[in-house]
Design a protein around this ligand. Sequence first.
Ligand SMILES: [Cu+2]
Length: 336
Amino acid sequence: MRSLWGAVLRATGTVVEPSPSTGFLRRNSSRIRALFGTVGAAVLLAGCQMEVLNPKGPIASDEKDLILFATGLMLIVVIPVIVLTLVFAWRYRASNTKATYAPDWEHSNKIEAVVWLIPCAIIVVLATVTWITTHKLDPYRPIASTAKPLEVEVVSLDWKWLFIYPEQNVASVNELAIPTGTPVNFRLTSATVMNSFFIPQLGSQIYTMAGMETKLHLLASETGDYAGISANYSGAGFSGMKFVTKAMSQADFDAWVAKARASSQSLDAATYRALEAPSEDNPVALYASVSPTLYHNILNKCADGAVCTDVAMNLALAKGAGTGANLCTPANPKGL
Ligand SMILES: [Cu+2]
């Protein structure tokens, strides 16, 4: 056993100078302690970040079940393979004269059946479950609920998150307040490079991209503060680009909206241009009112006064279609 350990430790660089004399365990104990210490710390630190496995809403909960189910299903293959590898290596070692020695063996229908049928069955189950959950957990699929959904417009900036509440006419930076038990319909875009909107305890991350809109539907079933991050590196201030999701009762949410309305700041075109400038570790900010066209203008890249993308596209379309063509409108999206 000592030579086996020696080989393992040499291979992993744990042993500096292999020596057959006086016990290597004593000479290398500090390195071994360091190795176990590192592994132990990694395991303990991992324990602090198990947010995906501690869901606080139905979407995240279904996703956790899917992760555990898929992992368990794959372990049906992985565990026997690991165990049998060790068993075979031990049983058919050169020094074991009792084990069957069959140099001309070449085929077994039983083994063929096991190594093909079990993985095929797993693929069929995994594919079926993936198909069903992909549709059920589609980020664009509204959550069925008797409660009226809350609309929130999300904009990723360098390096902070802007949340616009169009119905309440308030906005916030790096703080997302939502009532529990109410579906939240997010419309998301980016005023800068690509980011990824992710609240691990509520589930489903989604990308934010400049000039494009993505959608996400989440629901918090318990009150609490949940971490919100960008899961996609976006530059120097990225590490401070975090927000807190405050899930609260409807009464507390109404109070939060009232607090935002009492703010001394408003988010108009000028305030937005100042906010848009890159900044790091941005503090939480609340805005008493928001320009109703702000989200549309950010999405269409005209918050700084340029021609909006949708207007430019309509003009181009009208030109291409010749005289007499109609401009497209939300009610007539193809301009027919
Ligand atoms: Cu991608």
